[in-house]
Design a protein around this ligand. Structure first.
Ligand code: ATP
Length: 269
């Protein structure tokens, strides 16, 4: 389990504690979380509901501040959102009144790119996620999977070096989900980014990652880190391999046995 911060990490989370004030008490959402993520690494985070996955991601996104400890990106403390960190949520967060193309161009306009350059860049990423035929469609005309592909293209287009993804495929059916996992990995291997990807799905966590971080709840903390030394590209053959099965079982075991009640119930059965 590697949790010791180093100076070379793209992302360093150092002894982060996050508390929320409740009416008569303080709720500890994260306790002493330390984690390093290397440049171009793909890290997935799994854990039971309420273990602080989104809180950790929001801290890295600059949407929450740690109560103590540090979130460091490229050697600097995170002090708010920044263009080098793209965020993708479960709910697509597309502008409903803008077409796919305009949604993707939006961030480029904010970044000050000229119209021709915006157009060219949007085309590239529309093609990358296979939405060529829907470039002029409004979000309401897209399926859930297409909306999420549009959100991924939009995040990539502004060229962030880090992608923070909070259950981006959580609302999709199993087949679309698998297709998007393969597509995301294809994009990641071509474009390279440092990715933190939150999921509830252990198979998804193993399939995508270089490393799986398993969190535990009450207080939210890192419970285990599993290296995934499966080859890329991650094909169906990899997904069906005994090595994949072993890693999935290892991660599942970690998630299952730290969930209060579940392990106890298991032990007594
Ligand atoms: N703004 C807030 N005020 C009070 N409590 C909060 C706040 N945000 C999060 N929490 C609490 O902190 C804990 C961690 O929440 P968080 O959303 O990070 O968990 P999670 O692991 O992402 O959960 P899930 O898998 O269900 O999305 C939860 O118990 C939640 O109720």
């Amino acid at each position: 389990m590697t949790t010791t911060p180093t100076d070379t990490a793209k992302i360093s989370v150092r002894r982060v504690r996050k508390t929320f004030d409740l009416k008569n008490s303080e709720f500890v959402a994260l306790e002493s979380v330390s984690l390093d993520i290397a440049d171009n690494e793909f890290v997935t985070v799994v854990g039971p509901s309420g273990c602080g996955k989104s809180t950790l991601m929001n801290i890295l996104a600059g949407l929450e501040t740690p109560t103590s400890g540090h979130a460091v990106v490229d050697g600097k403390d995170v002090r708010g959102p920044g263009p080098e960190r793209g965020v993708i949520f479960q709910q697509y967060a597309l502008f409903p009144w803008l077409t796919v193309r305009k949604n993707i161009e939006f961030g480029l306009k904010v970044a000050g790119l000229r119209a021709a350059e915006r157009r060219q860049r949007a085309e590239y990423f529309i093609h990358m996620v296979g939405l060529d035929q829907f470039a002029d469609a409004l979000p309401k005309m897209l399926s859930g999977g297409m909306k999420q592909r549009c959100a991924i293209a939009r995040a990539y287009a502004v060229n962030p070096s880090i992608l923070l993804m909070d259950e981006p495929f959580g609302a999709l059916d199993a087949l679309t989900r698998v297709t998007l996992q393969e597509q995301l990995l294809g994009t990641w291997s071509r474009e390279k980014r440092t990715v933190m990807f939150i999921t509830h799905d252990v198979d998804e966590a193993v399939f995508l990652a270089n490393r799986v971080v398993v969190m535990a709840a009450r207080p939210g903390r890192i419970y285990d880190i599993v290296d995934v030394d499966l080859p890329f590209p991650r094909t169906e053959e990899v997904r069906l391999s005994p090595e994949f099965g072993e890693l999935r079982n290892r991660v599942w075991h970690s998630v299952y046995h730290q969930t209060p009640g579940v392990a106890a119930g298991h032990a007594s059965s």
